[in-house]
Design a protein around this ligand. Structure first.
Ligand SMILES: Nc1ncnc2c1ncn2[C@@H]1O[C@H](COP(=O)(O)OP(=O)(O)OP(=O)(O)O)[C@@H](O)[C@H]1O
Ligand SMILES: [Mg+2]
Length: 367
């Protein structure tokens, strides 16, 4: 059974009475919900909530979901309901994310053609990289750019996504049980790309370090170009401290948050215990970056860190050194306004809300 560690609730009076939407991010260790409302080009945070499970630290099978473990429908619906009861949002219309590990994606270079023709071509293309019968997946595609090749032939880049029908059904069931109207389901890397690169043509590598999985996205202009993930993430750091110092995971979690990668306290220093796991994660990111750069002849120019794991002190500097690239912590609120009294929230737990915010943003013209 999942334990409720904490739920934070805050709702604000908004000057907008317009339709609002919920962005719902069901992670491995927490569920995060934001309610966004919009007027013209302005998007405003109306309400947010987080429900964290502490169980995932102690027992592997206490995670809400992982790439190997199936999410429990009733349990997840119950957790969402608990959170909504606290938040009391003004809408039941929801947009939800599915983890990067639940979908198959590919960036394709194909000749320019009409939208209908592209839809047909995608059926054939999907066969090449989806290891399931096509009747078992839902296929979607997004235009990712146009160019002329060296022979002057017009080409288009298409980001192709295939989600198993079983996964979609699962989310539909969970949201229905939780009393929500699930309008759109999208992979979390799409939401991250929208939120963290909208209006910015810089090729950006987004590393969203969660508790049990790290989502890796390459994007520019708000459009996702490459999506991957690894199971190494921030809970691995907590476990390394716990094992290294023979202390319980809760104490280890506190130490991780206090000390981070700063300071060097000798062989058993906190950062010394964590670095091998940070390196395993970053090696996977380097592999993904290399694949993208070689296949698409495009170079990553900067790195943005999001997810709760981006809060580990000193991680930006370490990542920047490892990749020799400018690295920043995500500023998820650069396109979204918020009441001034929420600034402490924005600065501390803001990066872990990146997926939920990117989802909510989808309804307000930022594709
Ligand atoms: N201030 C902090 N300092 C260090 N680590 C932190 C801090 N805040 C949160 N974390 C870590 O971030 C992780 C949770 O991140 P996040 O909320 O993005 O995960 P999640 O979305 O539930 O999981 P996932 O993305 O794996 O499904 C935890 O491992 C937690 O220890
Ligand atoms: Mg997450």
């Amino acid at each position: 059974m999942l334990k409720l560690l904490k739920s934070i609730k805050k709702s604000f009076k908004s000057q907008f009475n317009a339709q609002s939407y919920l962005g719902v991010d069901v992670g491995t260790a927490s569920i995060k919900v934001v309610e966004l409302s919009g007027s013209g080009s302005e998007i405003m945070l109306k309400n947010y909530g987080i429900l964290e499970s502490s169980g995932h630290l102690e027992r592997m099978n206490n995670a809400i979901q992982t790439s190997s473990l199936k999410m429990l429908n009733d349990e997840t619906a119950r957790l969402i309901k608990t959170l909504l009861k606290e938040m009391r949002p003004g809408t039941t219309d929801a947009i939800a994310s599915i983890p990067a590990f639940s979908a198959f994606t590919s960036l394709l270079d194909i000749p320019a053609m009409s939208s209908d023709e592209t839809t047909q071509a995608m059926q054939y293309q999907a066969k090449q990289f989806v290891p399931l019968p096509l009747t078992e997946v839902i296929i979607d595609w997004i235009p990712a750019g146009e160019y002329e090749d060296k022979d002057g032939v017009k080409k288009q880049q298409i980001f192709l996504i295939a989600i198993p029908r079983e996964q979609v059904q699962k989310y539909q069931d969970i949201f229905k049980t939780a009393g929500l109207n699930l309008r759109i389901l999208e992979i979390e890397t799409l939401s991250l790309a929208r939120l963290l690169t909208a209006g910015d043509p810089t090729t950006t590598l987004i590393i969203d370090i969660g508790a049990r999985s790290t989502a890796i996205a390459i994007a520019k202009n708000g459009i996702l170009r490459y999506s991957s993930q690894t199971d190494f993430a921030s809970a691995s750091l907590t476990q390394a401290i716990s094992r290294g110092l023979s202390i319980n995971v809760h104490r280890a979690e506190d130490l991780k948050r206090q000390k981070g990668l700063t300071g060097s306290e000798g062989a058993y220093g906190i950062s010394t215990l964590m670095l091998p796991y940070v390196d395993v994660t970053l090696n996977e990111v380097k592999r993904v970056k290399g694949t993208y750069e070689n296949n698409y002849h495009d170079s990553v120019e900067r790195i943005v860190l999001s997810g709760g794991g981006a809060n580990v002190l000193g991680i930006e500097k370490y990542v920047s050194q490892q990749f020799s690239l400018p690295t920043v912590k995500a500023q998820p609120f650069s396109h979204i306004s918020y009441p001034p009294d929420t600034a402490p929230f924005i600065n501390t737990i803001g990066p872990s809300f990146a997926v939920a915010l990117g989802l909510g943003m989808k309804q307000f013209g930022k594709k």
